[in-house]
Design a protein around this ligand. Structure first.
Ligand SMILES: [Zn+2]
Length: 101
């Protein structure tokens, strides 16, 4: 898996490039279970949308079978922002490409 390192500025810029400025449209993939969650799902779950890049939606929605958090004891994230582990961006185009293969 590809490791990516960002500064906070470049990471925010990449997020805007992929998803625009509407945080409900942002999509992040949990490095543990591979589930992709949107800001909208965090909002719907009553969770802090700021947690979407560091917490699995499973922490907030029952039945997902995963409660991974990027800030936990173990770092399995491939993306780091100023040295902090975060979930990777999961743009829609990428998912559509994966479906083709
Ligand atoms: Zn997860």
């Amino acid at each position: 898996m590809e490791n990516k390192k960002y500064t906070k500025e470049s990471w925010l810029a990449e997020g805007r490039r992929l998803f625009g400025t509407d945080y409900t449209k942002y999509r992040f993939r949990c490095p543990k279970c591979g589930n992709v969650a949107t800001g909208q799902e965090f909002k719907d779950a009553g969770a802090d949308p700021n947690a979407m890049y560091c917490e699995c939606i499973g922490r907030h929605v029952p039945g997902k079978g995963c409660d991974w958090a990027a800030y936990g004891l173990f770092d399995i994230c491939t993306v780091h922002v100023d040295g902090q582990p975060v979930f990777e961006f999961a743009p829609l185009e990428e998912e559509q490409r994966e479906e083709v293969y």
